[in-house]
Design a protein around this ligand. Structure first.
Ligand code: ASP
Length: 371
């Protein structure tokens, strides 16, 4: 995966030494940025931007925030920022957190509405207040006081997906307040709902309507986490998301929870996550990954151990775990990195300066059976 042979060998060869001692002995780091992959090359573009800021001598936190801003502002990524899928009321609520390694300071916002770039607000909570986290109306009020403009974050595509979700909630007798109803279980409603949607949104492309139905039935997994390391060994990290689609208003997942969806110890490294936040919070995932690295595990093993704890919470029952998507990303202070998912098939984005920003395969705990 990452790192040169000699770097890996140096760490493994010194297995008897505490990892911190080994890492402190290194003088110059290779700059590295990693992030979740995200659609439309979101992760690749994010890492490239962050690497560019670092190369120009910028701060590592400014770098990762500039990177994730690309995805927050992209209406096509409906798991992050502007264009994110809304809560059950049709309102987009965003969560974000950030950690600045060198100063060991942190900030977060939860369930903030009307601001396209919650990662920037999280950074201002860190810089301008004596608090760690602001939520809901208070977070919006703070953002506006800091000069942010309140905007409508619901794109037409996300609104159509929300309407499709409402329609999918009809029971077998079609009883809900949303439309006349269809006497069939959701999967069988597909053709009829698509036809109804076409009537309601005649200008919407067929693939937008089909996607809306897919989102309604299988709410997508999203979020972007990004972690950086510069030549001086300074590190920072950020996680930003619109959270779980169709959530109860006010629900916060793992992304704004320091230690859950994001953790970084300047002496060791950083970690973050995407996927089902509730399951991550039950193992304090990002903190667990970093603590595992602190005690000597390489990033890959640190992540797999954390995923095993998630699995343990389900008594390793793969049938129940099949509904859980969860990914972790880890970057150690010496530049060694990895990403890992509960189920096979994930990728993540990387920029090392050695090659153009690109994606690599994540390690995984379980293979999906091909039944
Ligand atoms: N981790 C995010 C949350 O639980 C959502 C996701 O990544 O899909 O809010």
């Amino acid at each position: 995966m990452s790192g040169t042979f000699s770097r890996r060998a140096a760490v493994l060869g010194a297995a008897a030494l505490p990892i911190i001692q080994v890492l402190k002995g290194q003088s110059k780091s290779r700059p590295v940025v990693i992030s979740s992959a995200n659609r439309n090359d979101g992760g690749v573009n994010c890492c490239a931007k962050a690497a560019e800021v670092i190369k120009a001598g910028g701060d590592t936190l400014d770098a990762v925030i500039a990177g994730v801003n690309i995805v927050e502002l992209d209406p096509r990524d409906n798991s992050v920022g502007y264009g994110g899928l809304p809560n059950e009321d049709g309102v987009v609520q965003l969560d974000a957190s950030c950690i600045h390694g060198p100063t060991r300071r942190m900030g977060a916002v939860g369930a903030i509405e009307g601001i396209k770039t919650p990662s920037k607000v999280a950074k201002l909570v860190m810089e301008q207040t004596d608090h760690m986290m602001l939520v809901g109306a208070g977070a919006l009020k703070f953002a506006k006081a800091m000069g942010f403009q309140e905007e409508n974050l619901l794109t037409e595509e996300s609104r159509i997906a929300w309407i499709a979700w409402k329609m999918s909630l009809r029971d077998r007798n079609g009883h809900t307040n949303w439309g006349p109803g269809l006497d069939a279980p959701p999967e069988k409603q597909k053709a009829a709902v698509l036809q109804e949607l076409k009537g309601m949104f005649p200008d919407a492309a067929d693939d937008v309507l089909a996607q809306a139905w897919e989102y309604a039935i299988h709410p997508p997994h999203g979020t972007i986490n990004c972690i950086s390391l510069n030549e001086k060994g300074e590190m920072s990290a950020v996680t930003t998301t619109s959270g779980m689609a169709w959530k109860i208003p006010g629900r916060c997942g793992d992304s704004p929870i320091i230690g859950g969806g994001l953790w970084l110890d300047q002496d060791v490294g950083g970690a973050g996550s995407t996927g089902r936040g509730e399951e991550n919070l039950r193992v304090c995932g990002a903190h667990t990954v970093v603590e595992n690295m602190k005690h000597g595990m390489p990033p890959k093993d640190a992540i797999l151990d954390t995923l095993k704890r998630v699995s343990r919470n389900f008594n390793d029952d793969k049938k129940r775990l099949a509904a859980v998507e969860l990914d972790f990303y880890a970057l150690r202070k010496d530049g060694e990195y990895a990403a890992g998912s509960l189920w096979q098939g994930s990728r993540f984005a990387v920029s090392t300066g050695d090659a153009a920003s690109h994606t690599e395969q994540s390690v995984y705990l379980y293979e999906r059976s091909r039944a």
